[in-house]
Design a protein around this ligand. Structure first.
Ligand code: CU
Length: 115
């Protein structure tokens, strides 16, 4: 009985968490798309609002996988060939935050500009 009530409490917390997430969806204008093509980022520089959490949608149109990486934004995430990943960044102080594709670092260079 006690176990059941504990489970219910856990479920209630999980449900309220889900409700909260639904109440605050990521708006479409908070998602910034960065395409990877021919081992380059397009656009190579993206502007995001400062002091705000944003989602980067990394759309890898190459057949080979890439690793989207940025020490400044503390991101390191593999995106498979012809796959997409979403990366949450921020809130960022105004400034320039370089990123690169670790598997094709010679050409895959870019930066997020928070302003
Ligand atoms: Cu890496």
């Amino acid at each position: 009985m006690r176990r059941v009530s504990l489970l219910s409490a856990a479920c209630a917390i999980a449900l309220s968490g889900a409700a909260f997430l639904q109440a605050a969806p990521v708006r479409a204008d908070d998602v910034i798309t960065i395409v990877i093509k021919d081992h380059k980022f397009e656009p190579a520089e993206v502007k995001v609002p400062a002091n705000k959490r944003v989602t980067l949608l990394v759309d890898n149109q190459d057949a080979t996988s890439e690793e989207f990486e940025s020490g400044e934004m503390k991101v390191e995430k593999i995106v498979g060939g012809r796959k997409q990943i979403k990366v949450m960044v921020g809130p960022l102080k105004p400034g320039r935050y370089p990123f690169f594709g670790e598997f094709h670092e010679a050409t895959a260079q870019g930066a997020v500009i928070a302003e």
